[in-house]
Design a binder for this molecule. Structure first.
Ligand SMILES: *[C@@H]1O[C@H](CO)[C@@H](O)[C@H](O)[C@H]1NC(C)=O
Ligand SMILES: *[C@@H]1O[C@H](CO)[C@@H](O)[C@H](O)[C@H]1NC(C)=O
Ligand SMILES: *[C@@H]1O[C@H](CO)[C@@H](O)[C@H](O)[C@H]1NC(C)=O
Ligand SMILES: *[C@@H]1O[C@H](CO)[C@@H](O)[C@H](O)[C@H]1NC(C)=O
Ligand SMILES: *[C@@H]1O[C@H](CO)[C@@H](O)[C@H](O)[C@H]1NC(C)=O
Length: 327
């Protein structure tokens, strides 16, 4: 009996130590954890180790925080950036230090050339400290922002009209590093490259207007980032689908916000070659599901196992949605 107990105890320990997360089968459902009273267009999300959500809006120069563990919480104002009326990409490039893309958008003509600035906000001091990392005067738009995992002071900014800017957070220098037809919009007045993330020395990106999900190998030559090979477009989404920002899970699958109304899940074949298959996790391709309206960005919760099993989705109708994805 004792032996039996010890053996099952050991088996339990073994299972716990080697357990792979079990993802729920799609379709999944979402719940609203926050609804902005004035339908604030929420553009992007980053999650602090404390579990607090950081939210940017293309319609506000203020960085907001939301506690996802409270029911019907309210947005806290973290910092309002000067000389800006819009924020887009946000990424944690050092522990508890975030980089944020700010700019000025004219309601009729769009981005004001020369207005793009990358800021840093450091949550390590008792009160967050903001400072300018770089001006990017050549950028004509801002969208996703990420850092090289191997060199976190190298920031990459998606310019939806041009490609990828490389920004040195230490020196403030900025150069247009990657330009490729797969990053450009297919016509005037629309947006090309949007969500960006680096994984396995590749830049993965979506193109909103071309409705593609693609990657390009990265190479750093004397500090200058270049394409280490040709771009692979491995998914073309359906007509009228607008892929926005995305995040990778622990299995390397990509959870993607797709306009007008889907949270899509992309999985690659086990040999890591070939195209990724697409499933709709929440919502549908025509935007008729009230549980997923105009999603813009996706991030996993942090700070506890419950949070880590929750995917947060922002929308441009002012919502933060939660999707429980692990059993
Ligand atoms: C949260 O807000 C929703 C929508 O306004 C409301 O229906 C719900 O009752 C609220 N929940 C709590 C616990 O206050
Ligand atoms: C920004 O826009 C100007 C004016 O249209 C254009 O000349 C310039 O090439 C653009 N910059 C980039 C990086 O595409
Ligand atoms: C890096 O790129 C910049 C401009 O993009 C260029 O002026 C510089 O010569 C490059 N450096 C090297 C080492 O190639
Ligand atoms: C992969 O997807 C691309 C873009 O949708 C398509 O052109 C290509 O034919 C696909 N390749 C395979 C092997 O299915
Ligand atoms: C929307 O898409 C779903 C499946 O993606 C389909 O079942 C439904 O009929 C569509 N509704 C409309 C109004 O097209």
């Amino acid at each position: 009996m004792m032996l039996f107990h010890s053996v099952s105890y050991l088996i339990l320990i073994f299972i716990a130590a080697h357990a792979k997360p079990t993802f729920k089968e799609a379709p999944l459902s979402s719940r609203v954890i926050y609804q902005s009273p004035d339908s604030l267009f929420i553009e992007n999300i980053a999650v602090r180790a404390s579990s607090e959500l950081l939210l940017t809006s293309v319609a506000s120069p203020t960085l907001f925080a939301l506690d996802p563990t409270t029911v019907n919480g309210t947005l806290q104002l973290v910092h309002t950036f000067p000389n800006a009326n819009s924020l887009s990409g946000i990424t944690e490039y050092h522990p508890n230090v975030f980089a944020i893309a700010a700019s000025v958008i004219d309601p009729t003509s769009g981005w004001i050339p020369g207005s793009v600035v990358i800021w840093s906000i450091d949550f390590n001091p008792p009160a967050p400290v903001a400072r300018i990392l770089a001006a990017v005067p050549g950028a004509n738009s801002t969208n996703g922002l990420t850092a090289l995992p191997s060199e976190p002071d190298t920031l990459l900014l998606a310019d939806s009209f041009a490609g990828i800017w490389q920004i040195d957070a230490r020196t403030g220098s900025a150069r247009l590093a990657l330009q490729d037809p797969t990053m450009l919009p297919g016509g005037p007045g629309t947006l090309g490259i949007n969500g960006i993330h680096v994984r396995d020395e590749h830049l993965y990106f979506t193109n909103l207007q071309q409705a593609t999900y693609a990657r390009v190998p990265l190479c750093v030559e004397h500090g200058n980032l270049t394409a280490g090979g040709s771009t692979e477009v491995f998914s073309t989404l359906g007509a009228k689908q607008g892929p926005d920002d995305f995040t990778f899970d622990r299995q390397g699958r990509a959870w993607m916000a797709v306009h007008p109304g889907a949270l899509a899940l992309f999985s690659q074949s086990s040999d890591q070659k070939g195209n990724w298959t697409q499933q709709t996790a929440v919502g549908n391709a025509n935007g008729t599901d009230v549980g997923m309206i105009q999603p813009t960005s996706v991030a996993f919760g942090r700070g506890s196992s419950v949070q880590g099993n929750t995917l947060y989705v922002t929308t441009d109708v002012g919502q933060v949605l939660a999707v429980d994805i692990i059993e």
